[in-house]
Unconditional design. Structure first.
Length: 122
């Protein structure tokens, strides 16, 4: 039987919306057998580094893999869904797509992640 925690894919773009999504999905992420952090390649902008979130999760005892997903002239959501299907993810965690106005508010999430507390169950 497949459960939500079998394989979790996290769509990561270093914006506050992604940080909130990861925080909201903490209970699922903590119990996941496999965690993949996916970032979609942004040709016109700096692509977010998925390994920053992988490191953060490792600090909390969670093993994750990071991957930059190529963007083949498709929308970010389509690229993430295709990759989630490819890795057989049972859950895709991602924040809402930011608008142009909210993109100005996006910054490296590290300051917010320092304040976030992820508890792990042994």
């Amino acid at each position: 039987m497949i459960t939500l925690e079998d394989c979790i894919a996290i769509g990561w773009d270093k914006c506050i919306q992604a940080v909130h999504a990861v925080g909201a999905a903490t209970a699922f992420i903590q119990n996941a057998k496999r965690i993949h952090v996916l970032t979609v390649e942004e040709p016109q902008e700096e692509t977010a580094d998925p390994h920053r979130l992988v490191e953060y999760l490792a600090w909390h005892g969670l093993n994750a893999e990071g991957k930059v997903v190529p963007r083949a002239h498709e929308q970010v959501g389509h690229a993430l869904l295709a990759t989630a299907r490819e890795i057989e993810a049972s859950l895709l965690v991602m924040g809402a797509t930011p608008t142009i106005a909210s993109k100005r508010q996006c910054s490296e999430a590290r300051p917010y992640m320092r304040c976030a507390k992820v508890t792990t169950h042994s």
